[in-house]
Design a protein around this ligand. Structure first.
Ligand code: NDP
Length: 491
């Protein structure tokens, strides 16, 4: 794809309620991460607006045939929706790219097609999970009938706006629920386009609504709304706690929370191809400039590999140049905001004060664009209580700790707070599987790092990295409840 002019992309501003764009005066400035320019003013949903969106979703749940139509028809509408998303790639990828950290090449190669295919994946469950027959005495028939929950409240983060929306919305809709989504106020527009395309594909108005606004106001009001049956959220562990509290105080209602991470990568001296391993490790911390919940941010390396691996990582990092997200060929993303850049700087500075040695990076790139680009950074750390090891940074900052044997590596891998993902790199299958058994992580990748294009493996956290699972059958089932029915068959 060629580069595009961000000033020429029209914006679907406003909320999207009951199949209609609701435009209000914008009060929240929205900036482009690449150059810091304020390019839109966003309306902020108040309690009345949240009420209207939830009411729309309730009416669509009870009044449209979405929950009751033959499930294959629901799946067909979702497949049409996925087709429209793919056909809209020029606009949708530009919309995603201009206001987020996603370079246009990646938005076209990954975010848009991955979103469309995710919708197809979840649509396929619609007519395959109706419940089950229970093992009861012969003169009775027991059944558990799977039914949708009602209105699902979804809160998506800014790091992958399209695909995170898909993870939250697609399983809920496929199961027959209706949805009110609040995207991040920093990346508000591509979700509105998705909702518009859903209606064009034949999804009834009100089944998928989008409200705009800030997390603490619009997000909180959505979580607290009595008409919302469940909340699914991706973001920080602190905000996850606030979401759960709001759901507990006004429900209780179920939550799915995909939260922070501090994922270790264990590299043993027997890896057969150190260049390849180094490329994998570099991509795992520099992809989306490290603003990834499963970023491989803690490197644990067997001592003889320490120097050669650092050297190779530095070579990989040196190839990354900051670029505007709307320029073709850009590989390295900006940080989402100046506040995020300052957060990264603060943690790096505290880490160094606590004894971490800066091996590379440690400053912003000097660019004239106005965006915040942080250099890929390596900190060598002795003690695991260093702030750079303890805290999620959400930037391209890798800590390195050396180990002398497997036991020590597994001990260092264990994090007090987080347990989202982990990587193991070794030629020894037995060792890899021993590590898989021992690691406290919702996902373990062996001799690779990061998701494939499959959707079947659920993702989620151990410890305070989350509750419940996105993706896979688990995500679909988390959008259903089961009604137990017992029928007396005696004549
Ligand atoms: P948050 O967790 O605060 O934001 C994530 C989403 O939650 C956004 O849509 C936000 O809306 C919304 N939100 C914020 N407060 C509330 C609330 N009280 N009730 C309901 N929804 C709310 O993350 P930040 O954007 O502040 O980023 C801070 C840190 O969080 C990052 O540095 C990173 O460590 C972590 N993070 C982790 C993510 C992950 O993928 N696990 C994704 C994003 C951040 P809005 O943006 O409009 O305020």
């Amino acid at each position: 794809m060629a580069s595009f002019d961000p000033d020429r992309i029209s914006l679907p501003g406003g909320h999207y309620i009951h199949g209609r764009l609701v435009q209000e005066t914008g009060t929240l400035p929205v900036s482009r991460p690449s150059d810091g320019k304020v390019y839109a003013m966003l309306p902020s949903a108040d309690a009345g607006c949240v009420d209207a969106a939830v009411d729309s979703a309730r009416r669509a749940f009870g009044g449209s045939d979405w929950a009751r139509r033959p499930p294959r028809d629901r799946a067909r509408a979702m497949r049409r929706w996925a087709d429209l998303i793919e056909a809209d790639i020029d606009y949708l990828a530009a919309l995603e790219s201009l206001g987020s950290t996603r370079p246009i090449d990646q938005a076209r190669a990954w975010d848009v097609p991955y979103t469309a295919e995710g919708i197809r994946f979840f649509a396929e469950f619609a007519d395959k999970c109706g419940g089950e027959v229970a093992a009861t005495a012969h003169d009775h028939l027991g059944m558990q009938i799977a039914e949708p929950l009602g209105v699902v409240g979804a809160i998506a983060p800014w790091n992958f706006p399209l695909s995170m929306t898909c993870w939250k919305v697609a399983p809920a809709l496929a199961a027959g629920n209706t949805v009110v989504l609040k995207p991040s106020e920093m990346t508000p527009f591509s979700a509105v386009r998705l909702a518009t395309l859903a209606v064009e594909a034949g999804v009834p108005p009100g089944v998928f609504n989008v409200i705009q606004g800030s997390g603490p106001v619009a997000g909180e009001a959505l979580c607290r709304h009595p008409g919302v049956a469940k909340v699914t959220f991706t973001g920080s562990t602190g905000t996850g706690r606030a979401v759960m509290r709001a759901c507990a105080e006004t429900g209780p209602k179920p939550v799915t929370l995909e939260l922070g991470g501090k994922s270790p990568q264990l590299v043993f001296a027997d890896v057969p191809d150190l260049d390849r391993t180094a490329q994998t490790l570099a991509a795992a911390i520099t992809g989306n400039a490290g603003q990834v919940c499963v970023a491989g941010s803690r490197l644990l390396v067997e001592r003889p590999l320490l120097e050669p691996l650092v050297e190779r990582l530095q070579q990989c990092f040196a190839t990354l140049e900051p670029g505007l997200t709307w320029h073709a060929g850009t590989r390295f993303s900006p940080l989402i905001s100046d506040a995020q850049a300052r957060r990264v700087e603060t943690i790096v500075s505290r880490a160094r004060e606590a004894g971490a040695e800066l091996l590379t990076g440690g400053t912003r790139f000097d660019t004239e664009s106005g965006g915040c680009f942080y250099r890929p950074t390596i900190l060598q750390v002795g003690a695991s209580d260093n702030p750079a090891v303890r805290e999620e940074i959400f930037g391209p900052v890798l800590t390195i700790q050396a180990f002398d044997d497997e036991e020590e590596a597994l001990g260092l891998a264990e994090h007090e707070i987080y347990g989202l993902a982990a990587g193991v790199h070794t030629a020894d299958l037995g060792r890899a599987l021993r590590a898989v058994r021992r690691l406290s992580a919702g996902t373990v990748w062996v001799n690779r790092y990061g998701r494939s294009r499959d959707y079947i493996l659920p993702t989620g956290g151990y410890k305070r990295s989350g509750i419940g699972r996105d993706l896979g059958r688990a995500a679909y089932e988390a959008n259903l409840h089961h009604k137990s029915v017992l029928v007396d068959l005696t004549p």
